[in-house]
Design a protein around this ligand. Structure first.
Ligand code: ATP
Ligand code: MG
Length: 400
């Protein structure tokens, strides 16, 4: 009897790269399962039974919960490649056929379907019937059971998958693509320099998708920047936390340093100097919190401070690796990803950023390190960065 009858829904959750992990595979599999269980709990999908069975994760969830919502929650877990709603049945052809007909009729309650195609797979190689024959038999039974349907191999309205495995047979329709990547928490910890813009949340997403746990630091110039600008950053972090769990957000007022720079250094160098200070303060906070690297949303050539020369001068201010996952991406592609992950609409709210507060009219686009260092010698760099780092305020942002 299929699970639709017994009030449980089944979801097949496939992992991507986790399955290629060789010796470390059990470790990645364990973390992925933990992440999924957490995500289900977080969304209050109670009494879900989620486990690995022969290379797939099978989730059995009470059917009171919305299918789309479950698929969405599972798709947000990094390491998941795709999800399918399925029914589980026995391994006799007759039983599979009967349940395939019920499954198809349920689809037809909501959709106008005239043509179909059956695709069969036999993960259980001891099963006596080969895949093309399984597809032919089930297809034949559906044709007989539902008069209005015909087969279309090339362009069917509905493609039905029959997956015969050791523990039983799954019937499903489509695979909903998820983000892939690797489970969160399997690849170190990094500190994101988080503005209120479009790019930095996307940068965080890309690193987290590869398994990195994310902390964030935001610089403001209160009272030149407003409380609402800060609230926007918190909203962005909250949206990120729906993928990344709790995030530590460090908040630093950069104004005292900006004022020193404006007072003592050439106007055209203000932006690049401010960036070097941001990086230095971030480095101190990172090392205190066991963040192994800094992450920024910079992209080559996007603005004056992101030319190749400017990036080199920025990097030379710190002794910690700086990851720039967007470095070779075009803005339109970054924007598309921002829309997909739900940060775009928040990012385009028009609030001021500390970088724009003292924006020079003609910033240097090809800064030279010795000039910049010379300008910096007018400042008490160590004192300034230490006191900024000490003043950092920490807030924890999560879904709750
Ligand atoms: P974004 O869209 O992320 O704001 P951007 O294109 O506006 O990026 P910049 O303002 O030059 O570019 O910032 C480049 C990077 O520097 C950002 O992606 C972010 O990592 C970091 N950054 C900028 N402003 C801040 C800030 N106020 N606090 C923390 N980090 C910042
Ligand atoms: Mg910005």
């Amino acid at each position: 009897m299929n699970n639709e009858v017994i009030n449980k829904n089944i979801y097949i959750i496939r992992c991507g790269e986790v399955s290629l992990k060789g010796m470390n595979k059990p470790y990645f599999e364990r973390i992925l399962l933990e992440r999924l269980k957490k995500a289900f709990k977080f969304n209050n999908f109670n009494d879900a039974d989620i486990r690995w069975i022969d290379g797939l994760i099978i989730a059995e969830v009470p059917s009171i919960y919305d299918r789309e919502e479950i698929i969405r929650a599972a798709s947000k877990v990094f390491g998941v490649a795709s999800v399918s709603y399925a029914i589980k049945t026995g391994k006799e052809i007759e039983e599979i056929s009967n349940d395939a007909i019920i499954f198809m009729k349920n689809i037809m309650l909501k959709e106008d379907i005239k043509t179909f195609k059956v695709k069969a797979k036999r993960a259980d190689k001891t099963y006596p019937i080969q895949s093309p024959e399984i597809a032919r038999l089930i297809g034949g039974a559906i044709l007989k059971g539902i008069n209005s349907l015909s087969v279309d191999i090339h362009n069917p309205d509905c493609e039905l998958h029959i997956d015969v495995r050791r523990e039983g047979t799954y019937i499903y329709r489509n695979k909903v693509k998820a983000f892939g990547g690797l489970p969160l928490g399997t690849n170190g910890r990094g500190l994101l320099l988080m503005s209120g813009g479009i790019d930095s949340p996307v940068a965080a997403f890309m690193m987290a998708k590869r398994g990195m746990t994310i902390d964030a630091i935001h610089f403001h110039s209160y009272p030149y920047t407003s409380q609402r600008a800060l609230d926007k950053v918190k909203m962005l972090v909250k949206q990120l936390s729906s993928y990344m769990g709790d995030i530590n957000l460090h908040i630093v007022n950069l104004l005292p340093i900006q004022e020193e720079i404006v007072k003592n250094c050439p106007a055209s160098e203000v932006t690049i100097l401010v960036r070097r200070f941001m990086m230095r303060i971030a480095e101190i906070i990172a090392k205190k919190n066991e963040d192994m690297m800094l992450i920024t949303g910079e992209s080559l050539g996007q603005v004056a401070s992101q030319t190749a020369e400017a990036l080199v001068v920025t990097d030379s201010s710190v002794n910690i690796p700086v990851m720039r996952p967007l470095i070779a991406m075009d803005k339109v592609d970054i924007m598309d990803l921002a829309k997909e992950i739900g940060t775009y609409e928040i990012s385009i709210e028009p609030y001021e950023d500390c970088c724009t507060v003292f924006l020079p009219k003609h910033p240097v686009t090809k800064p030279k390190l010795n000039y910049i260092e010379n300008s910096e010698s007018a400042l008490k760099v160590q004192e300034l960065i230490n006191s900024a780092a000490e003043s950092a305020e920490l807030i924890k942002i999560g879904l709750k």
